[in-house]
Design a protein around this ligand. Structure first.
Ligand SMILES: CC(C)(COP(=O)(O)OP(=O)(O)OC[C@H]1O[C@@H](n2cnc3c(N)ncnc32)[C@H](O)[C@@H]1OP(=O)(O)O)[C@@H](O)C(=O)NCCC(=O)NCCS
Length: 241
């Protein structure tokens, strides 16, 4: 867009350092407390360790998640495509205040749960994926990110939505989440309904979810041996979902 200048100027062209554009495009990060890392005993006795993904793990994560774009059952394809873009958005700093939790068993990546903060009060749940099925890993990962929001970040509301029947059944129904009127309220994932959990509802009802689902709680007393066993993440060799 150009307009004639209303005044004489001594320099017709100005040069801009792109590093001056970056602060306008990149959202300044909020001061988010980190996820401390927690473990859960799965029903089959294995230990699932949930930690934050490291930014230098993003290329490995994208490389693996790409594969789910071709899985045309249970909505893995659309979730895979969106998760890929969310990891890339985090990596390229084009997502506001994201968090990515990874679920690992002896270093093997078996689950993901991510989201981002709209502001200090509202946590937007983005996606949860089970990369190994049958162990309720997805259910645990989702609970962990909601726990992070309410108990560690001090959020007041949780906004979710569902692309898949499994997701809706696990948490929309499983946590009896109400939804805001639609289309007045739309989730950023495709304008779908916003299902929500308030802090009060979390405290009174939802906190019991994980006990009912897996018969165990998140355990934040993680021994060094578990941290060490999961320090290096490796993606599954194949897609098995
Ligand atoms: C939604 C999701 C994260 C839930 O993960 P989960 O809690 O680990 O549960 P699963 O989907 O693996 O399994 C659901 C149920 O079907 C059974 N099941 C389905 N497919 C199975 C498989 N291939 N092998 C074993 N069990 C299977 C499970 O045993 C489970 O039964 P249960 O309730 O008695 O435990 C997972 O289905 C997923 O990643 N889906 C694709 C992405 C997605 O939809 N994400 C949510 C977006 S809204």
């Amino acid at each position: 867009m150009k307009l004639e200048t209303p005044e004489n100027v001594s320099e017709q062209q100005l040069t801009i350092d792109v590093r001056e554009i970056e602060p306008l495009l990149q959202a300044p990060p909020m001061d988010m407390k980190p996820w401390p890392g927690a473990m859960v005993k799965l029903k089959d006795g294995r230990t699932l360790y949930i930690r934050e993904a490291k930014i230098d793990e993003a290329p490995l994560m994208m490389e693996h998640i790409k594969k789910y774009m071709d899985v045309d059952h249970d909505f893995y394809d659309i979730v895979g495509a969106r998760v890929y873009s969310e990891i890339l958005g985090w990596y390229r700093k084009r997502l506001k205040d994201p968090y990515h939790l990874v679920g690992l068993i002896d270093g093997l990546w078996v689950g993901l749960a991510n989201g981002r903060l709209m502001n200090e009060d509202v946590n937007i749940s983005l996606h949860t994926m089970a990369l190994a099925r049958g162990g309720r890993i997805g259910a645990i990962m989702y609970y962990a990110k909601a726990y992070y929001g309410f108990e560690i970040l001090g959020n007041k509301e949780w906004w979710a939505t569902y692309e898949s029947y499994n997701g809706w059944m696990r948490w929309g129904l499983g946590m009896a989440q109400p939804s805001y009127p639609w289309p007045e309220y739309q989730h950023e994932l495709g304008g779908a309904r916003v299902y929500y959990v308030t802090k009060k509802y979390w405290d009174t009802a939802v906190k019991k979810y994980i006990q009912q689902m897996v018969g165990a709680d998140l355990d934040f007393n993680v021994p060094d041996s578990v941290i060490k066993a999961n320090a290096v993440m490796r993606a599954p060799d194949e897609v098995t979902v």
